[in-house]
Design a protein around this ligand. Sequence first.
Ligand code: NAD
Length: 297
Amino acid sequence: MSQIGFIGLGIMGKPMSKNLLKAGHSLLVFDVVPEPLAEVVAAGAARGESCADTAARSEIIITMLPDGPEVETAVLGPDGVLEGARKGSTVVDMSSISPMVSQKIGAACAAKGVDFLDAPVSGGEPKAIDGTLAIMVGGKREAFEKAQPILAKMGSSVTLTGDIGAGNVTKLANQIMVACNIAAMGEALVLATRAGLDPEVVFNAVKGGLAGSTVLNAKAPMVIGRNFKPGFRIKLHQKDLRNALLAAESMKVSLPFTAMAQQILMALMNGGKGELDHSAIVTFIEEMAGIEVKRPG
Ligand code: NAD
């Protein structure tokens, strides 16, 4: 089995790296924050000293970091992955970042004889823990086939969607659908609550029909239960929609609903809600109506 390096042990990276350990892989891990690093080392991984050191001792190097600037620092920066990576090794960036940044990093890797895949995920922490993420990959088929068995230990669906950057375009498409779906759900439940209905009854009545969705099933109970513990943070979703709008602008594509959702997410961040779950998009609509979506009585 290949030696795997794993960089970025946050909400997602920690359970994903633990699943690779459970599957019997030899793992070398690194994070700039000591606590999660110590936890994954205690679970059986070896400790990398830096991004460069982790890359130098691995054949496949996975990164799971917040956004493009962090991936650029970790891969291209001083003491970064490309300072250590051996020719013929493969970097798999599983962070959700701009497809244009993926292409820039892919070109820098190619110049050093290192393969690159962008492989962002959908499913959040519960699916990261279960190893059932949806993984959307961009890159060359040969590199994909090498990484696929490893990715399959973290996800139940692993799809090659095109060349480098295609994984992140697919992820942005996913994030647009999720944000607009939550916002529409918020408007629907605010209206029903204002009309005097029990939002849980409304949710149960519609979930088997055309409006039913994985988003509705996951997020409506959180809103009705007033539980906004992340999950997927508002500030990360704002970042994803910003990346979607930047990519859209570069292709002269107009995304009016995405733009509105991104502005709502920004307003929520400015209101101190950036660390809440993205289901709290609903609170923006609640504030405009002066009502909370909750069960009567
Ligand atoms: P997180 O902030 O919890 O974790 C990121 C980790 O990266 C942190 O532990 C941080 O210390 C580390 N880090 C930052 N810069 C570093 C560097 N230069 N070198 C080494 N380590 C560094 O974020 P997360 O929730 O795990 O999300 C990671 C990525 O996955 C994001 O792009 C996010 O959009 C995406 N994602 C998250 C979810 C979710 O539900 N949380 C779902 C799908 C996709």
